[in-house]
Design a protein around this ligand. Sequence first.
Ligand code: ZN
Length: 352
Amino acid sequence: MGDVHEIFLPKKVIVGNGAVRKVVEVLGDLKVDGLKVGVITGENTYKAGGHVVENMVKDLAEAYLWKAEDPSVKTASHIAEEVVKRKVNVVIGVGGGKAIDIAKYVAYVAKIPMLSIPLAPSHDGVASPFSSLKGANRPYSVYTTVPYSIIADIELVSRAPRRLVLSGLGDLLGKFVSVRDWALAHRLRGEYYGEYAAQLALLSAKHAMKYHELIASATPEGIRILVEALISSGVSMCIAGSSRPASGSEHLFAHALELLAPGKALHGEAVALGTIIMLYIYGDPLWKRIKRVAKKVGLPTTAKDLGIPDEVIVSALTIAHTIRPERYTVLGEKGLSEEAAVKVLRETGIIE
Ligand code: ZN
């Protein structure tokens, strides 16, 4: 028998105005006896939509609410313990990245289905089977659970701050690099490569590029395009069974930057910057177009824009290859020397 490759996909993806009302139907689909639902949200996201979900759930099941601000393994493990103790059998993550990442982790530990209800289109984790949690010994995401359902209510998501919208766009632009790194690792290291998953991830980047003006306008139409592309990217990871199609050297740089300058750049902002850098390293003139678009829509394209000192950006680039050594990318095993990093960052206009 050849290589066995299993694919787990979300069962139901619902996108549209008022989609959140479908949560009742989706919970019904699960056909769980004695339904006990855990709603995981944040303080602000509770006000922004978490309470709507909580109220709907309360009408048909026993409901528990957790407001989690800190996306750490500790918080997630604590909630998972409570979930198991109270015999909660479905968990819903309502919010931006944090609540959804925690909910996926909790579902994984408790072995129960998870529903993803994003309130911000800031990255592709809303539909992926990966959770990015702090204190996990590694600054990147780990495989947890494929959401049973993704419910993206455009009306609610459209209320997200514009910076989060642009971050989502930035996360998608990264796929221009990640799919190349994946193909490179396949050619150089014989790593498994799935053409279909790669093409799907790439499509989400092309789509984001094509509609960048509409997305940046943050109108419901633009938000819908963005959300659909983020979901497609998440699904590409489900198909690949790894984050490979959606996360390469541009993400390694983003993780390094988050490590050295925590909280300065949003995930997708750092990824967009990493995309410009890595495309330049690949010798692909596309970096210039990406930079133009990023600048036009208002994504940061310089160290100054992010309020991060030049030296820190240089350091992030020189350590990026160490973040996840088993993930082979254009950075190779040795990464960039400081001298080379400075040159790349100057040539791309990121530092002075
Ligand atoms: Zn990402």
